[in-house]
Design a binder for this molecule. Structure first.
Ligand code: GTP
Ligand code: MG
Length: 229
């Protein structure tokens, strides 16, 4: 770098530093991943408590496993572009709900609804939106229940409600969605009709498996109640 270039650079830097708004925006932007990470940790802890309580009360927990992830900055920018939002922190917070993401995989469909009912009744989180792709599967066969929640994060300046997306699925739904993701990851062309139809068939098979397991559970529960009667 020449001396002249350096002088220009330093002048620019000074100009930025006097622009308090800009500096604050940069600082806020830098703090975001940590903010979402902490909110997600708090959410994970709440789910963990539910899991333990269920296990103690019923002898088993219907939550099979929980996975968390923070969306990559590149994917956030791509999603904002795709949705036609100009990039700003405000737009990002308002329109991108899945920067903090959690997937909860349950054994049975019924447990998903039980869990969401419970989450809706809690005072330490707000359920903002529910998309029920179990009752109304997507065109390709995708099933899951998506819940947008806000969790309170107590910061030095007060409480901030941070959004997170929870996807709830059964093991069978998760198997299908994971396979579909692997099969079509980075495939951006129109699917051949027979492939799309077979995938949809596979989703139906996963759904039937869920129904069958639910029926078997009911039967086994009735049998064990008969034993203790
Ligand atoms: P995107 O998050 O960009 O999809 O927009 P959205 O929030 O409007 O969509 P939606 O809530 O329906 O889906 C959000 C997330 O659900 C995605 O990021 C995926 O993780 C998952 N998802 C939705 N549809 C599909 C699907 O057809 N297949 C698979 N494997 N996952 C899906
Ligand atoms: Mg979403």
């Amino acid at each position: 770098m020449t001396l002249k270039q350096l002088q220009v650079h330093v002048k620019d830097l000074k100009q930025w530093q006097t622009d308090e708004d800009f500096v604050q925006q940069i600082n806020e932007f830098k703090a975001l991943p940590a903010l979402y990470r902490h909110a997600l940790n708090e959410l994970e802890n709440k789910i963990d408590v539910i899991k333990t309580e269920w296990a103690i009360r019923d002898g088993f927990s219907p939550i099979e496993h929980v996975k968390c992830r923070i969306k990559e900055p590149k994917s956030i920018l791509q999603k904002m572009q795709r949705k036609g939002h100009k990039f700003s922190l405000e737009n990002m917070e308002q329109h991108i709900h899945d920067i903090a993401g959690m997937r909860i995989v349950c054994a049975f469909v019924k447990d998903i609804y039980r869990l969401v009912d419970h989450l809706s009744s809690r005072e330490d989180m707000r359920v903002l939106e529910i998309k029920d792709y179990i009752a109304h599967p997507k065109q390709n066969g995708y099933q899951s229940l998506h819940v947008i929640v806000a969790v309170p994060l107590v910061l030095l300046d007060g409480t901030r409600w941070v959004k997170a997306e929870i996807q709830l699925r059964t093991l069978a739904m998760d198997f299908w969605a994971s396979m579909e993701h692997i099969l079509y990851y980075k495939f951006d062309k129109q699917l051949p009709a027979h492939v799309a139809a077979e995938l949809k068939d596979a989703a139906r098979a996963a759904d039937e498996l869920d129904q069958k397991m639910l029926r078997l559970r009911r039967e086994i529960l009735e049998l064990s109640e008969g034993d203790t009667a």
